[in-house]
Ligand binder design. Sequence first.
Ligand code: GKR
Ligand code: MG
Length: 424
Amino acid sequence: MKLRSVKITPIAFRDPPLLNAAGIHEPYALRSIIELESDTGQIGLGESYGDASFLRLTSALQPSLVGLDPFDLNGLRARVQKVVSGTRVEAGAEFLLAPGTDPVKNAQKLFSAFEVAMLDMQARSLDRPLVDMLGGRVRDEVPFSAYLFFKYAHHIDADYPADAWGETLTPEQLVVQAQTMVDRHGFGSFKLKGGVLPPDQELASIQALARHFPGKPLRIDPNGNWSLPTAIEMGRKLEGLLEYYEDPCPTLADMAELHRATGMPLATNMVVTDMAQFRENVAANGCQIILSDHHYWGGLRETQLLARMCEVFGMGLSMHSNSHLGISLMAMTHLAASVPLLSYACDTHYPWLDPAEEVIQGGQLRFHEGAIVLGEAPGLGVDIDQDALARLHQQFLECGIRSRNDAAQMRKYQPEWGGQAPRF
Ligand code: GKR
Ligand code: MG
């Protein structure tokens, strides 16, 4: 079996005005959809970043993949290395919320995007679920948490009607948002995207969640937007309320100091994003929980390796997420189902997806009591809706966004927005 065609389609989908440390989401989020086809008619699917610099890399790689055996992942790696070493590293986004926007991760991002599609093809050719290419499942259901955001009611500049969620800027509104997530999807734990409002208002929001959902695990993630003194002060006030405290301050040294000062379990998807940082983290004992993301950790198998490393060093593991569609959700699910150590429910932005914007056949995937249940369908278990893909590609061509920039978007609301971190 050889790859006969490699198609990469950039798409844009509607994204709500969610607030974060960098600013605010733009009206459209970008992704790329990868479709491989073999000379035997087998397909393989992938989903990854859709910003201009990533698309340049995928286009550079594309011709060298035709003729490759889909089982030859080392062949993929060699081709990725060739493309990445010949590419000038472009400046990253103004404010890095996650390494997904960091060009330093080009090789890992590029390999991962195509590794998933090749594993999907391998699995389909064997009529097995993708998880079987990863050693088989250790669980049938992968739990996700409700990912809560402060948000505005509508975008300042969208060419479509406001979403149905409305505004969330107060603890009361946040509880309503959380309850809606539970009613719709059955989530049993909650993550609040913080670093947005003054810290005491975010504390009040966590306290309101704790009152409304007694005993349910809670987390807050200020994306490094709190200084060390603020993070220590807030940590003391949050004492007993959190299952973990995610990336409150921006550096590994700060996280280590915070852990020494508070003893709280700290999680990260910002200061441990590769094995070199993993090693530094072990030495510093900065973070005790690593939030993996196969899109920038170098693929599904590299993330399994990370999981093993976490086990060896007695750390916890869960998953980070950016705005994404169902192909990514299923890749995360197959991976998480294969990993013995999955200490916490995974993050996902998926509930924020407008159901009309999904690219897979049958529409949006459903959570069952907060989990995605893994079936027996071959590969990732999803197929592309070609009409939806064409529509979302057209939306990409027309939306005008080519690289995510939450700070520039925020300046449309607040022209003086600086975006420096830590802000509090
Ligand atoms: O999409 O606003 C967002 C998130 O803040 C995202 O960019 C982060 O990467 O979800 C992320 C996180 O956990 O840090
Ligand atoms: Mg995070």
